[in-house]
Ligand binder design. Sequence first.
Ligand code: GAL
Length: 378
Amino acid sequence: MRSFFTYGICVILLFSCKGKSRYDAFSPGKLWSDNNGVHINAHGGGILFENGRYYWFGEHKTPGSEGNAANVGVHCYSSEDLYNWKDEGVVLTVDPVGSGSDIEKGCIIERPKVIKNQKTGKYVMWFHLERKNNNYSDALSGVAVGNEITGPYQYLKSVRPNSGFYPLNVSEIHKQKTSSVDNIKFNGWSLPADVDALSILVRDLSKGQMARDMNLFVDEDQKAYHIYSSEENSTLHIAELTDDYLSHTGRYIRCFPGRFMEAPAMFKRKGKYYLMMSGCTGWRPNQARSAVAGSIMGEWVELGDPCLNDTTGTTFHSQSTCIFPVQGTEDAFIYMGDRWNPEDAIDGRYVWLPVKFEDDRFFIEWKDSWKKDLFDSL
Ligand code: GAL
C-alpha cells in the first residue's frame, strides 16, 4: 500500500513538472529529458551560443542498430541554463528513400557542428557524410546553410577537403607516391606500415583528402577552421575555411601522424589552443588524448590523457564531441562526450563534465552529479 502511494506521488510529480524547469544539475550518463519529457536526441553534438541561449545540435538517432544511420537528420535543442533543453526540432532533414540524393535517408551524418558567419549572417553546418550503402568509404564533408539558427538548413554540397593542395607542413616524402599505398587494405584504425612512408596524402591529392570525425572552431578574428580525421583516420588535419565558411582555402596542416586521433574537440583559453581527442575504436570508448598549441596551425604538442582517476581508461565510458565555454563565468569550460549505444542508438547517453586547468594543462574528473557553481571552486 505504502509503495503504491509513493508511486502515485512520483507520477503526480512527474506530470506536474512536465514542461517546467526540472533540472538543476548535470547527471552524466543518465537519461536526460527535454521539455517534452523525451530523452535528448542530439548525439555527436556541438554547442553554439547566441542572444543568451545555448543551441545544441546533434545526430538524431532512431531505435536499434539501424538507428546509427541518418534516418531523420540533425536535431536542435536550446537552453538558457544548460540543464533544461527545449526541443527546437529537426533542422536538417534527410531526403526521402529513392531520391538518390547525397543525404538520402539511410546515409550516415555524423558529428554535425554549426557556426555563425558574422559577415553573411548565415548559420553554417558541417558534418561527416557517408552516402547510403557506402559503408564509411566516402569520407566526405557535407555543408548546409540556414538563415535562422534553428533552421531549416539547406544541404549545399559535400566535398573531400583541399583537393590539389598540400598541407603547409608537407615534407618531401608526402609528395611521392609509393607503390604500396594502392595495394594496402586499410581497416580505419591501424596501418600495416609506417604511415609517413605511405603517402596517403598524395594518393588523395586530386580528389581531396579524406575527412571523417570532425569539428569546427571559430577564432577571435572570425576565421573558421575544420578539424578532421584524415588519411584513413591515421592523421588529423586542421584546415582553414573561406570567409563565407562554405569551402576550404587550401591552407591546412597535418598533425599527430599515425596517431589515429578521432572525435576532435577544440577550444581556446588565455591565447592557447587545446584539443581533446580519442583513439580509434569505433563505438567502443577508449583512452582520451589531449594537445596544446600556441598557434592553431601548430606546432601541436601532445599532453596525454586529461582524465583523472579514469581507472578503466575509457574517458569515463565516453568519447569527446565538444568542449565549450560557459558564458559569463571566467575560465569555465564543459566537456561534452557521447556514451554510444550502438545496439540501440537512440538510447546513447551524454557525459558532461567540468574542465579544470593546472598551468598549461586541462583535466576532467568524474562526477555523479554536479552544478555550474562548482566552477567557483576549480
Ligand atoms: C567512431 C566515431 C563515431 C562513428 C563510429 C562508427 O570512432 O567517433 O563518430 O563514426 O566510430 O563506428
